[in-house]
Design a protein around this ligand. Structure first.
Ligand SMILES: *Cc1c(COP(=O)(O)O)cnc(C)c1O
Length: 348
């Protein structure tokens, strides 16, 4: 979609919670040759998962004292300050070889990267980057998900002004949301994360997102309760009539948001099963009265994320964003990957 720009893959936080050991090799097989993670620990884990022709970039930069480890791991730090530039340059000189680095510019998010003043200092002192093989200049958009935001063209203009002062190098600005902005935001490399994992990264309604994750929960008990019975901790729900309640083996320890108490739902086919009472650590109760008796029993599965309730629906119901739902998916789920045999055709 962004061609002729290339697409990197952002696989930080264990591939947005989905399992970087499976996701990174799949993306590599699909042709991806640039991967971004948050820190050196993630980069060291990722490096052997992809071949040597793939670049591994560390977004959070270079922690003092880790320069040698970073060089030894053959990963590329995003240099977010002049201090990090100086430390990487010193490491290159002491190792007696060039070290690849990315320069990040702050164009308005005030999070990471060189300020305007630091860019001037950087250009005034070429010795600062001795030994550094700068391979990419990058910046990051604060409001890319809001296609109409005035912040987007403002950041683009600031980036262009800073690039005019710097050597000509490949440039990267857009994340997933930025990929849906006009082509002048795409430069040479886009850095999608969440769009790879099926969430809607933009308020532009034409985004062709397809779900990637399906999440089901097991029924561990079904019971009928009389009018006046309470459900769950804190007695936050009282049955107004006789109800059938199913207890699901999913709770906030699985990253199933506690905020969904008395407002979220599970699905059985197209039938909405409202969550009743609070979400517990290991279980959640749903009202299954709308289903014919006997539909759900011990061991049945109900849908939490899938065709009837998207990741974005769950995020909206719990007052958060898809990123947080995905990255908090807990370790207790049994995880099945559809590309288990890379040679096999993907089921649809
Ligand atoms: C996390 C991150 C991305 C990916 O963002 P998405 O919105 O998930 O596409 C890209 N660039 C930087 C600097 C990031 O921190």
């Amino acid at each position: 979609m962004v061609a002729p720009a290339k697409a990197a893959a952002v696989v930080k936080a264990d591939g947005y919670g989905l399992g970087v050991t499976r996701i990174a090799p799949a993306l590599y097989r699909a042709g991806c040759r640039a991967f971004f993670v948050a820190d050196l620990g993630e980069a060291v884990e990722l490096r052997p998962l992809v071949a040597g022709d793939a670049a591994v970039y560390v977004l959070n930069g270079l922690q003092p004292g880790t320069e040698k480890a970073c060089a030894a791991a053959a990963v590329i730090p995003v240099l977010n300050s002049l201090e990090q530039v100086a430390n990487w340059s010193a490491a290159a000189r002491s190792l007696g070889r060039k070290l690849a680095g990315v320069l990040q510019l702050d164009t308005g998010m005030s999070r990471l990267g060189l300020s305007d003043i630091e860019v001037d200092e950087f250009t005034a002192n070429p010795a600062l980057r001795d030994g550094i093989d700068l391979t990419l200049i990058m910046s990051h958009l604060a409001c890319a998900d809001d296609a109409g935001s005035a912040a987007n063209p403002e950041q683009l203009a600031r980036l262009r002004a800073l690039l005019d002062k710097l050597p000509r190098l490949p440039v990267s600005l857009a994340n997933s949301g930025g990929a849906f902005l006009p082509a002048d935001f795409h430069f040479d490399l886009v850095r999608p994360g969440i769009a790879l994992y099926g969430a809607m990264p933009t308020n532009r309604p034409t985004a062709p997102m397809r779900p990637v994750v399906r999440l089901d929960a097991r029924v561990i008990q079904v019971r009928s309760i009389p009018p006046g019975a309470i459900v769950g901790y804190g007695a936050s729900f009282t049955a107004g009539q006789e109800l059938r309640i199913a207890t699901l083996a999913v709770g906030y320890a699985d990253g199933w948001p506690r905020h969904l108490g008395n407002c979220g739902a599970a699905y059985c086919g197209a039938v909405r099963l409202p969550i009743v009472g609070r979400v517990s650590m290991d279980s959640t109760a749903v009202d299954v009265t709308a289903l014919p008796a006997g539909t759900l029993r011990l061991g049945s599965l109900v849908e939490l994320i899938g065709p009837h309730q998207t990741l974005d629906d769950v995020a909206a119901d719990s007052g958060t964003i898809a990123y947080e739902i995905l990255t908090r998916l807990g370790p207790r789920y049994s995880r099945r990957y559809r590309d288990a045999d890379p040679g096999a055709a993907e089921p649809d």
